[in-house]
Structures are given as C-alpha cells and as structure tokens.
Design a protein around this ligand. Structure first.
Ligand SMILES: [Zn+2]
Ligand SMILES: [Zn+2]
Length: 246
C-alpha cells in the first residue's frame, strides 16, 4: 500500500514538474506563443498561432529611424555611416511578408545554406538578409549600409549587420530566422557575456531571458565580419529547416 501511494505521489510530482513550463497541452499541442514574440513591434507585426505553427505577418518596415525613410518622413535621419546610399526609399515599396514556422522548431538532420532574400524577420518589423549582396560579397555594398547595418537594394529594407537601432554589443533579441529559431545579439543572457560554445552557425543550446528551458538559438558572432568593420547578423547555414517567406 505504501508503495502504491509512493508511486502515485511520484507520478503527481512528475506531472507537476511538466506543468511548470506549460505552453503545451497534454497531447503536445502548443497553446501559447513563445515569450520572445512579445518583443516584436505590434505596429509592424501580427503574430499568432495556427495549429502547430506560428504565423508572423509583417509590414516589412522598420520601426526606427534611418535615412532610407527619405527626407520629410518623421523617421528620417541624415546618413552617418552610409557614404553611398542606394536610391530606393522605404515608402516606395510594399515590404509586407508572411513567415510561417513551427511553434516548436527542431534541429534538422542536415544543415541548409542561406540564400539571397529574406532569411528572417527582425523585432523591428524589417527583414534580415545574409552576408551576400547580389551574389557577391557584402564588402562592395558596405557604403550603402545605414547606422543599423541595413539598406534597400533594391526591394525591401533589410539588415545585414548588427542592428544598432536597438542592439549594440548586448543580449537583446534580434528576431526570428526562417527555420523558426530566434536570433540574439552578441551576448547571451545565460552567462551575461559572449557565448564560447557557439557552433559554426553561431548557435548553441541554453536558457535565455525568454525561457527557463534550454533551447537552441543563434547569436550574432562577436567577430568583425570581413572589411565591414562591424558584425554580420547571420551567414548560415540554417540548423533547422528554413521556411518560405511569402
Ligand atoms: Zn542588401
Ligand atoms: Zn545564447
């Protein structure tokens, strides 16, 4: 009898432990958005669960200042780092896009190289691109990048480098990549400093400011990229399975 009571008690404790991080119901269905999604700008993005997926709809526009808003816009600032701006301006493009990712992304058996175009959505609402510009190295486009490491060339406004509009040598959330994993700044909340255990994609598994359960996420690698003088957001490869952006 004592044994039975003990077993019941242990089972009860086990269930209780499972419930402490309960964003899923009993059959494993995700019932709550990951806490990190609260960091995304609600004017620029609309984020919701759809079954086992998270849908991220964005205007594609950054919620911060840049010369690429154009003179006269309330978010316009004169260029500081950009010495050779591209002629395009944010108001001239419809940057709206929809990304659908798994609500519980998994590491894939094989990695996937990044490609040109949108590889992620930042918390500002704007797009994240990789380290290439028109199939060439980013170096040739450095002169067109604003203080936040972004430009238009020629479609949507997008970040190639550490987005200093809100993250500068810190652990802040940058955004989400198309494989569903989150991207953080150069430091990690788990240690308060630069992670030393990153894989070749800049990722590792640890707790973050958004979860008590260790989970895979990427960081901006704390190494000056090429001759940009700054830090590139993501080179790849994706460790999960990237999803299309429509
Ligand atoms: Zn670019
Ligand atoms: Zn980390």
């Amino acid at each position: 009898m004592t044994l039975i009571i003990s077993l019941v008690f242990i089972a009860f404790i086990s269930c209780s432990n499972d419930d402490t991080n309960d964003t899923t119901d009993d059959d494993g269905t995700v019932t709550e958005l990951h806490a990190a999604f609260a960091e995304f700008d609600t004017d620029e993005t609309d984020i919701y669960l759809d079954g086992s997926n998270v849908v991220i709809e964005t205007t594609g526009n950054p919620n911060h200042t840049t010369p690429y808003w154009g003179v006269g816009n309330e978010l316009y600032v004169a260029p500081t780092t950009a010495t050779a701006m591209t002629p395009s301006l944010i108001p001239n493009f419809d940057g709206s896009a929809t990304l659908r990712v798994s609500a519980s992304p998994q590491l894939a058996a094989n990695t996937t190289a990044t490609s040109l175009g949108i590889i992620g959505v930042a918390i500002s609402g704007a797009a994240i691109f990789n380290d290439q510009e028109g199939n060439g190295p980013l170096d040739q486009a450095v002169g067109s990048l604003d203080y936040s490491g972004a430009h238009i060339g020629p479609s949507v406004y997008h970040y190639h480098l550490e987005p200093k509009a809100w993250s500068d040598d810190d652990e802040d959330l940058i955004g989400i990549l198309t494989d569903g994993f989150f991207m953080y700044g150069r430091k990690c909340n788990s240690t308060g400093t630069y992670p030393t255990d990153l894989d070749t994609s800049g990722g590792h598994t640890s707790v973050t400011q958004h979860t008590d359960v260790a989970e895979y996420h990427y960081h901006i690698i704390n190494e000056i990229y090429s001759n940009t003088g700054r830090y590139v957001v993501f080179i790849g490869p994706f460790k999960g399975t990237p999803n299309a952006v429509n």
